[in-house]
Design a binder for this molecule. Structure first.
Ligand code: SAH
Ligand code: SF4
Length: 383
């Protein structure tokens, strides 16, 4: 099996059309293998929708034994849309003068954390644009300490605040953070370059270094990619899955790429797969990853819900076990626009968990209230 991260540099395999002449292995036969290789993954990613029943069935079985049927909740706090970076896909990139910028106050952030406690979410995610100035680092440290004091440690905290120095990562961990989400966005160096400005602030090498520093510091480490992004091929996605496995990640958040009109990549909007197909491909990625990594946490992401109101529930059926209800105060939601058509913009933070619960039950799961839901992979590695 090709499993080195360097596999991303390999040339694309023959196209599907060329392969069609030869007989293609049935999906069920591929899934019976103990380890999926690059060719297997490409084959499944390129299969017709009608062929994928066995994949979903297999993912459901692996999920049951790997993480069980319980779904963990993380209250999502979109802390600020101020960002020093300029990623070509993102609506809150620093170059977008049309975005009106905000930063939540400490009190508002604490109130959101309190809401998570009251609703027995077990954990929260604090996400924001990337900033590494001393003031920001210190403010986040203070907020983390206050959140820990608030619940006497009852809430586990995931951060998603971009690339920081090893020292900053350590300070935030000491202040009470447990997990960190830093998507690699694209494991292929070529694709990464096409999605970001070509400068030192946007190098894939420093993102990889940051992932190493997070693991080193002791976080549960999560990463992920956008699916259906411009220029991306099935081979790139196969390499992304192998990258996750090689990195031995604890958690994954991945979802469809969704265009935003005020970004440079919008000029490629017409070349994209239709949204429904991007979601379908995202669900297939979730199912494949669940088969490959039975005990990690996989999120049903907001971008899935942006394409289909039932997107998150479909992700749970495909193998995801984490949902992130939005706890950002309503007045800020319109400004945290990473992409078009973000869902729930007008909802108050008290998103109806009852409704979510009913839908999760329909998807064959149940909500694990008040539990941290730490990554099984992480706990197993530690012990
Ligand atoms: N600034 C931090 C966290 C906020 S962005 C960071 O970049 O890590 C969180 C995630 O939103 C990114 O990792 C990216 O994968 C996703 N995102 C940004 N723009 C997007 C778009 N147009 N479509 C789908 N996801 C997008
Ligand atoms: Fe900033 Fe993150 Fe958006 Fe990049 S993806 S522009 S770092 S918020």
């Amino acid at each position: 099996a090709i499993t080195s991260p360097g596999s991303a540099k390999r040339p694309l395999p023959s196209t599907r059309r060329a392969e069609k002449g030869r007989s293609m292995k049935p999906i069920a036969e591929i899934l019976g293998k103990t380890s999926l290789d690059r060719g297997d993954l490409i084959r499944v990613l390129e299969a017709d929708e009608g062929e994928c029943g066995p994949l979903l069935a297999r993912a459901a079985v692996v999920k049951r034994s790997g993480v069980g049927g319980r779904v963990y909740l993380r209250g999502l706090i979109e802390y600020s849309n101020i960002c020093s970076k300029d990623c070509l896909y993102c609506g809150i990139r620093s170059g977008n003068a049309a975005a009106s910028r905000y930063e939540m106050t400490e009190e508002e952030t604490l109130a959101a954390a309190r809401l998570a406690l009251e609703r027995r979410f077990g954990s929260i995610v604090i996400q924001a644009g990337e900033r590494d100035d001393a003031q920001f680092v210190a403010r986040m440290e203070r907020i983390l300490r206050r959140i820990r004091a608030l619940g006497g440690g009852a809430l586990h905290v995931t951060l998603s605040l971009g690339e920081q120095s090893p020292d900053t990562y350590r300070r935030w961990l000491d202040a009470g953070a447990h997990r960190y989400l830093l998507r690699i966005e694209a494991s292929s160096p070529d694709l990464y370059r096409k999605l970001h400005p070509e400068d030192a602030r946007h190098s894939q090498a420093s993102r990889l270094e940051a992932l190493g520093a997070l693991r080193e510091a002791g976080y549960q480490v999560g990463t992920g990619v956008m699916i259906g992004a411009p220029f991306q091929t099935a081979a790139d996605l196969a390499d992304d899955l192998l990258f996750f496995r090689d990195l031995d990640v604890d958690m994954i958040g991945m979802g469809p790429y969704i265009e935003h009109p005020d970004t440079p990549l919008y000029t490629h909007a017409l070349e994209l797969l239709p949204p429904r197909k991007r979601l379908e491909l995202s669900l297939r990625m979730v199912a494949l990853l669940r088969v490959m990594m039975p005990d990690i946490n996989i999120a049903a992401t907001t971008a899935m819900q942006a394409i289909d109101p039932e997107g998150r529930e479909r992700a749970i059926r495909a193998g995801a076990n984490v949902v992130m209800p939005n706890l950002t105060p309503a007045r800020y939601r319109h400004d945290y626009l990473l992409y078009e058509n973000k869902p729930c913009l007008d909802q108050e933070p008290e998103e109806s968990v009852e409704l979510l619960e009913a839908r999760i039950r329909e998807s064959g799961g149940s909500i694990a209230y008040g539990e941290w839901g730490d990554s099984g992979r992480f706990l197993a590695r530690k012990s």
